[in-house]
Design a protein around this ligand. Structure first.
Ligand code: HEM
Length: 152
């Protein structure tokens, strides 16, 4: 099946419902994974919802995340000083792939999504090693300093 010109990857995936199924399946796995649980255990129970909402922004769906949570700088900041290792990055990507397969997400979404997570997770990992103050400066997020969402 091919995409129609007016169809977004978000539509091809099956919209927010199917993407949330995928991120929920991912989060369940991450929480019990020996490599990832130390990072995710102290996290936000809404993680699956936020992640789905961010994917919606990226893949042409509703843009609510931008007004409700933040922009790309905010998402990068959420990983500040996590010091993500190569193994953790690879595991994150693999668990997301497993989750996508489990919910049988449409392959028209899956193929570009797979490239996206492989590439972007490397940026996320690299940024996670930048010292906190330097990253804050780079992202120009000082105005949010008192915003609780920005507490790492
Ligand atoms: C394609 C790559 C990635 C994207 C697009 C992404 C995106 C996000 C988003 C949107 C959030 C939620 C921000 C919010 O609170 O609204 C988040 C949180 C988080 N991410 Fe990532 N991320 C990526 C890769 C990774 C990797 C490789 C790791 C670690 C191996 C990681 C670990 C985390 C953790 C621990 C949280 C906090 C979870 C929580 O609050 O429960 N992320 N990420």
């Amino acid at each position: 099946m091919t995409l129609h010109r007016s169809q977004t990857l978000f539509d091809a995936a099956g919209g927010v419902a199917r993407i949330t199924e995928m991120t929920t399946a991912f989060y369940k796995k991450a929480l019990v994974d020996p490599l990832l649980s130390p990072l995710f255990a102290k996290g936000d129970a809404n993680h699956a919802k936020y992640l789905a909402s961010w994917f919606s922004v990226i893949f042409g769906g509703p843009q609510d995340y931008l007004s409700e949570r933040g922009d790309i700088g905010f998402v990068i900041w959420k990983h500040v000083a996590m010091h993500i290792t190569d193994h953790q990055r690879a595991r994150w990507v693999n668990l997301m792939r497993e989750a996508a397969a489990e919910v049988e997400i449409d392959e028209r979404f899956l193929v570009p999504f797979d490239r996206f997570i492989d590439t972007v997770s490397r940026d996320v990992q690299a940024n996670s090693h930048i010292p906190k103050e330097e990253l804050r400066e780079r992202l120009g997020i000082t105005e949010y300093a008192t915003d609780v969402r920005f507490e790492p």
